[in-house]
Write a protein that binds this ligand. Structure first.
Ligand SMILES: Cc1cc2nc3c(=O)[nH]c(=O)nc-3n(C[C@H](O)[C@H](O)[C@H](O)COP(=O)(O)OP(=O)(O)OC[C@H]3O[C@@H](n4cnc5c(N)ncnc54)[C@H](O)[C@@H]3O)c2cc1C
Ligand code: FES
Length: 316
């Protein structure tokens, strides 16, 4: 597991904040120069307002990062967030030019896939942001490459498509020989949602092979994302799995990984207090001598074999 990068307390200027799908928003902030580059899997915490309420900072994973220009132009970091409660409702009203009090980057990152293993990335709900960022990075597509917002042309009738236009397929294949992205095959990005409208299809990175599924059948195949992935996983000899999303999805991914004998990395989401390892408010039960691990500093990314799934809540 890679060591966490140094964390900074900074003020970041908002440059964009817009709705991107049903209940989801994309926030873009100017990246403070003295903060380390955020890596896929890492997160920030922010205060939505200087007012005493809501008091606690809220954690959000990075959904993308654009490097600054060589001319000194600042970089930009993005988060994809769901409007849930008091803080995220307030965040939807934030406008460009305002500043946010942030701690970043926090936690560890998704590790590179092992040599010869095809990465299969599985996302649901608020896990879409970090998984999209990791998919974008693995596909080598570059932060600026986006598809047009056209759901119909993205998801084939069977819920799969190869999104690799020549640019990105080339980028992936070029990396694949040497760094284990799976014998020239693009990474797989699998996204599941209760309703298709939740998925911000405009933000799906170009390059990965897509597997889409929704409980209402309006996007991709009808059913769970793990069911939709079944045929692909049955055909692949060597995969490395990554997952972030609701607990039933993580649990199903863990069971699939156990059946396949494949490594799975899960990004865990726990309610957080301090987010710097001091309060023990974010622990998950693990299978080793630690008994409990802090999601904020020892995670959020864990090998799925470390998690004590028997004690994990059913519906977190
Ligand atoms: C490491 C990490 C990364 C995260 N990344 C993202 C992200 O990229 N995008 C995103 O939208 N959200 C993300 N979250 C969840 C996000 O922090 C919460 O949605 C947010 O704090 C809710 O604040 P609120 O005041 O709007 O809602 P609250 O009023 O605090 O809660 C509203 C509802 O959401 C539930 N909730 C709150 N926090 C969590 C949580 N951490 N996990 C599960 N349920 C929760 C509450 O139980 C309640 O039902 C992440 C959480 C963690 C720990
Ligand atoms: S949130 Fe305080 S230890 Fe993790």
């Amino acid at each position: 597991m890679l060591a966490p990068k140094p964390m900074r307390h900074c003020y970041a200027t908002i440059v964009g904040n817009r709705p991107v799908s049903e209940g989801y928003y994309e926030l873009t902030i100017e990246w403070p120069r003295r903060a380390a580059r955020p890596e896929p899997g890492q997160f920030l915490t922010l205060r939505v307002s200087p007012d005493p309420v809501p008091l606690l900072r809220r954690p959000f994973a990075f959904s993308g990062f654009d490097e600054g220009g060589s001319d000194g132009a600042p970089g930009h970091a993005r988060i994809l967030y769901e409007r849930r409660g008091r803080a995220t409702r307030a965040l939807t009203a934030a406008t460009p030019g305002e500043t946010l009090d942030i701690l970043a980057p926090l936690g560890n990152r998704f590790p590179e896939p092992g040599a010869g293993r095809r990465p299969v990335l599985i996302a649901g709900g608020v896990g879409m942001g970090p998984i999209f960022y990791w998919a974008e990075r693995l596909a080598g597509s570059g932060a600026e490459i986006r598809l047009a917002a056209d759901t119909g042309s993205r998801a084939g009738g069977d819920g799969t498509r190869n999104a690799g236009g020549s640019r990105n397929t080339t980028g992936t294949a070029g990396r694949a020989g040497g760094d284990g992205t799976g014998a020239g095959k693009p990474p797989v990005l699998a996204v599941g949602a209760q309703r298709g409208a939740i998925v911000p299809t405009e933000l799906l990175p170009e390059g990965p092979e897509l597997v889409l599924a929704s409980d209402d059948g309006s996007l991709g195949t009808h059913g769970t994302v793990m069911d939709a992935l079944g045929p692909l996983l049955a055909e692949e000899d060597q995969v490395e799995l990554y997952a972030c999303g609701p607990m039933p999805m993580l649990r199903a991914a863990h069971e699939a990984a156990e059946r396949l004998g494949a490594p799975l990395w899960v990004s865990m989401e726990q309610t957080m207090g301090c987010a710097v390892g001091a309060c023990m408010g974010c622990t998950v039960r693990v299978n080793d001598e630690r008994v409990y691990a802090r999601v904020c500093t020892e995670g959020p990314v864990f090998p799925s074999t470390e998690i004590d799934w028997a004690s994990a809540p059913e519906n977190a």
